[in-house]
Design a protein around this ligand. Structure first.
Ligand SMILES: O=c1ccn([C@@H]2O[C@H](COP(=O)(O)OP(=O)(O)O[C@H]3O[C@H](CO)[C@@H](O)[C@H](O)[C@H]3O)[C@@H](O)[C@H]2O)c(=O)[nH]1
Length: 468
């Protein structure tokens, strides 16, 4: 019997990309029919034939998506879609002749309604976690921070007076992590603020995940062994199947791979990378959402320029450059002529895999982090919000493949950290460790006993496939 899976990603680049990779594996490797449910906005972003534009992944859209989830606006349309179009087994009235849906794979961020819909319609439910095991574990334990009265923070001064240095000693795999490295939503000051709202959402998601038949997570056994062990005592059905980018590289032929980002002309920056020395270029990108304020942006720019390191910097077209900064920014561009290349979007995996790349200055979104690990690239970790803080902590404090950059960025500081990663023995050692992690990641994704590949095969056979 043919099998049909319906996938429901959270509507943001950092979530769509891993879901698309999973669907490619299910379709090309395991021969599933797939229905991918997308918002109109994201669909246009993925398939329009131009570089990123300012409206792509506008944080306002993310907030409105969160609002639609919280106010439960998506449950009914999803149910109607499934009932009228997708559950009709080869119904001739249906405009898509597909076998009946047997399983729904949805993002953990959509689970507040997808699990209920799946249960009502008798479809099995699997969740995809696009963030790290460490962050999922942290979210799960946030309730104890509230119960113990550690959060909400008493007042604003807790953010600066050392309070966040307090360590948490009851999560064994997070080795005395301190509050400052926990996901940023714990920095709530009262039950009505945005952090509190997000904290409630991520905590509920983590607890609700228990009810799914399986949770697939974009990491691999060896990388987050202790966090995964802790998690599996809470969720026995958690299955690491990453890095999904390597799973796709190893199991899907190039001609079948779907471009999961805006289409782009990569010739120029790739040609420039081809002309650079091995490991001499720093790749700088802060993902699809993080914006940088004017002052910090200019400090970053001059820090990069003054380091005299070669760099490829993604300055998204939605990065605001105010009039008052244009002259300064133009001066910077003249200064770096030939030494630095700025583009609005790139094929990040292709860039990270390029031999000229020696470091990645990143905000530690989990996709960027695991992609960097997949290609053996050490990092400068400059987390901005959410899970990025704990991802950065893990790379710097546990894996030894990242240098932490504190929040307050000044040009001399940027220059120093960039030089340290790209030029010193310390930086080289991080590169060596990162290369080791790349080899372990490759092993995990191989069809001959790779842990991630085996895990995916097991979930496909035991949960996702219909057995008759
Ligand atoms: O020029 C670029 C820049 C980025 N990317 C890709 O875009 C994705 C960015 O994802 P990520 O690094 O995770 O950053 P965000 O877009 O910020 O991701 C959101 O989703 C992540 C996964 O849940 C969370 O870890 C982050 O905190 C959250 O901000 C990656 O796959 C990159 O390869 C490109 O292809 N080209």
């Amino acid at each position: 019997m043919e099998n049909h899976v319906v996938c429901v990603p959270f509507p943001a680049q950092g979530h769509i990309r891993p879901m698309l990779k999973l669907t490619q594996l299910l379709h090309f490797k395991f021969e599933f029919s797939i229905t991918f449910i997308n918002t109109h906005h994201i669909h246009q972003t993925l398939f329009k034939n131009h570089h990123r534009s300012p409206e792509d992944d506008d944080p306002k859209d993310i907030l409105s998506a969160i609002n639609s989830i919280v106010t439960n606006k998506l449950e009914l349309p999803l149910k109607e879609l499934l009932v009228t179009k997708l559950l009709d087994n080869y119904n001739s009235n249906s405009d898509c002749l597909q076998p009946r849906v047997s399983c729904m794979i949805s993002d953990v961020g959509m689970s507040s309604f997808t699990l209920r819909v799946a249960e009502e319609l008798g479809i099995r439910a699997v969740l995809l976690e696009t963030a790290s095991a460490c962050s999922l574990l942290a979210y799960f334990h946030c309730r104890q921070l509230l119960d113990k009265g550690i959060i909400p923070l008493q007042d604003q001064s807790c953010l600066t007076n050392g309070y966040l240095e307090k360590s948490i000693d009851w999560i064994s795999s997070l080795k005395r992590i301190s509050l400052k490295d926990m996901p940023s939503f714990i920095r709530t000051l009262n039950p009505n603020d945005m952090n509190h709202m997000m904290l409630n959402i991520v905590m509920s998601n983590a607890h609700r995940a228990l009810k799914s038949e399986a949770i697939l997570i974009n990491t691999f056994d060896a990388l987050e062994q202790h966090a995964l062990e802790d998690l599996s005592t809470i969720f026995p059905n958690i299955h690491p199947i990453g890095p999904l980018n390597l799973m796709v590289d190893h199991h899907i032929s190039k001609k079948d791979t779907i471009n999961s980002g805006p289409l782009m002309n990569s010739n120029e920056y790739m040609k420039w990378l081809d002309s650079q020395e091995p490991k001499s270029v720093l790749y700088v990108s802060f993902g699809s959402l993080v914006g940088v304020d004017q002052e910090t942006f200019i400090e970053l720019a001059w820090g990069l320029a003054n380091s005299l390191t070669k760099f490829l910097w993604i300055v998204r077209s939605d990065q605001v450059i105010e009039k008052s900064c244009t002259i300064e920014f133009n001066r910077f561009k003249e200064e770096i002529n030939g030494r630095g290349v700025l583009v609005t979007w790139c094929d990040q995996e292709q860039v990270l895999a390029h031999p000229s790349i020696g470091g990645f200055f990143t905000h530690c979104g989990w996709n960027s982090t695991i992609e960097s690990i997949s290609y053996g690239v050490p990092m400068i970790c400059w987390p901005s919000a959410a899970d990025q803080l704990i991802n950065s902590w893990y790379c710097c404090n546990c894996l030894g493949i990242g240098m932490k950059m504190s929040e307050h960025v000044k040009r001399d500081y940027v220059e120093r950290v960039v030089k340290e990663l790209m030029e010193t023995k310390n930086g080289k050692e991080m590169g060596t460790k990162a290369a080791k992690w790349r080899n372990i990641a490759i092993e995990a994704t191989m069809s001959s006993h790779g842990s991630s590949y085996d895990n995916l095969k097991k979930v496909v056979n035991n949960v996702i496939k219909v057995h008759q």
